[in-house]
Design a protein around this ligand. Structure first.
Ligand SMILES: Nc1ncnc2c1ncn2[C@@H]1O[C@H](COP(=O)(O)OP(=O)(O)OP(=O)(O)O)[C@@H](O)[C@H]1O
Ligand SMILES: [Mg+2]
Length: 251
């Protein structure tokens, strides 16, 4: 399948039950992310957010349910085949190669398509300035940009981002959020955004789900959830974080 045909796909999960071997983490998870859509995946620590993304990528044990990417049923495919069909993953632990340079990190992940490394450098100029530096010489923010860049050079149709703002200084949070906004404007991507910076995630998405103990306990427009602060607080409990760079303050 050519990279060009990877454009503008959505994903759909139906009745997904998944976990690690016999351990079931997700139960009865159904969701639809349309082409070009952006959905926030919220929830406290340990409720199954990463497991949801890992399941979509094929890194968990699927016990039941269907996972579609566009018209393709991908639930039985190996992770690398899902990636080739258009799934891109920015893992929570970033998982860049620390001993390779920025350039090398991008080269090993690159496929012909919409995102040659030159476009990544144009997109994240601070990475361009560091292209000959090794992964372990980068700041947390640069490592996060590189992790996003590594997913983009695969020309994904759907980008799964797992807490891209975690541990970043507010000014870098702003840069990464602007990157996500720009991706949405300029590229044919659908985005599933796991975040514990709840209000920031709601500000850059249209739809939101909240997970609790492996199931979806809330789904609505992101704007509606922002307008229900008490409900949001009840859903998120103590896990809600309060970093709100001024430019992204959702009112
Ligand atoms: N590799 C694994 N093997 C077995 N159980 C796991 C594994 N990874 C996670 N779990 C369990 O699955 C459940 C959900 O974990 P998961 O990492 O998906 O949560 P999360 O919502 O991403 O949490 P966080 O906000 O801390 O990132 C937890 O009970 C966790 O202990
Ligand atoms: Mg997680």
């Amino acid at each position: 399948m050519s990279a060009a045909s990877n454009t503008a796909l959505g994903i759909r999960l139906d009745g997904v039950r998944a976990g690690y071997g016999d351990t079931v983490v997700l139960e009865g998870v159904s969701l639809t992310l349309p082409p070009h859509g952006a959905m926030a995946v919220l929830g406290r620590n340990g409720v199954g957010k990463t497991t949801l993304l890992a399941t979509i990528m094929g890194h968990t044990t699927l016990h039941r349910g269907a996972i579609r990417l566009g018209e393709s049923e991908i639930a039985t495919l190996e992770p690398h085949r899902r990636a080739r069909l258009g799934m891109g993953w920015v893992p929570q632990e970033r998982e860049i190669f620390r001993s390779l340079t920025v350039e090398e990190n991008l080269e090993v992940a690159a496929r012909p398509g919409r995102w040659p490394p030159a476009r990544i450098y144009e997109f994240f100029p601070s990475l361009a300035a560091r292209r000959r530096h090794r992964g372990n010489e980068l700041s947390g923010g640069e490592q996060q940009m590189l992790a996003i860049g590594r997913a983009l050079v695969g020309s994904p149709a759907v980008l799964l981002m797992d807490e891209p703002l975690e541990g970043l200084a507010p000014v870098i949070v702003d840069a990464v959020l602007h990157g996500i906004e720009r991706l949405r404007r300029e590229d044919d991507l659908a985005i599933l955004l796991v975040e514990q910076h709840t209000r920031l995630a709601l500000a850059v998405t249209e739809r939101a789900i909240v997970l609790d103990r492996g199931g979806i306990v809330h789904e609505s427009d992101s704007r509606d959830l922002l307008d229900m602060p008490e409900r949001l607080t009840a859903l998120m409990g103590v896990a809600e974080r309060r970093v709100r760079p001024a430019a992204w303050q959702a009112s």
